[in-house]
Design a protein around this ligand. Structure first.
Ligand code: ZN
Length: 141
């Protein structure tokens, strides 16, 4: 095992412990903050995406009708560019649901920006299942 690999594995274990500790109380509702989104974006970028992700172009905390979070792509046909907005709900059932949702939307960002993929719930999307599991997270639709 190389030194780099060892450091990566140690980081995964550290993040897993942190998640286990912070999500212990499953009965406690979680109130979303921009600060926590920013903090966990960095943590997940390092532990799940090898720091390949650029941040979302914008983050919004708002009520969402369908699902618990969204990665929305806006296209500028004039400029020929697209930008990505993360939408998260003001409240979650508990912190684990918040973290699962954020990590889920980050996979969509990775698909669309790094892999130039459709961003559907396809094989590429679910290829993260075991990586999520290592952090005690769950990847689902
Ligand atoms: Zn999704």
């Amino acid at each position: 095992m190389s030194t780099k690999r060892k450091i990566e594995d140690d980081y995964i274990i550290k993040v897993k412990k942190r998640i286990l500790k912070e999500t212990k109380d499953t009965e406690k509702k979680y109130v979303t903050t921009y600060k926590e989104i920013k903090k966990y974006f960095k943590i997940f970028n390092k532990s799940l995406f090898k720091e390949k992700l650029n941040t979302f172009n914008d983050v919004k905390i708002k009520r969402i009708i369908q699902g618990s979070g969204q990665c929305v792509e806006y296209l500028s046909y004039r400029k020929g560019t697209s930008f990505f907005v993360l939408e998260m709900m003001p409240k979650y059932k508990n912190k684990l649901e918040f973290l699962n949702t954020l990590a889920h939307e980050m996979v969509h960002l990775w698909q669309q920006t790094v892999m130039k993929d459709t961003g559907n719930h396809n094989r590429l999307f679910f290829s993260f299942k075991s990586k999520f599991k290592k952090l005690n997270l769950h990847l689902s639709y």
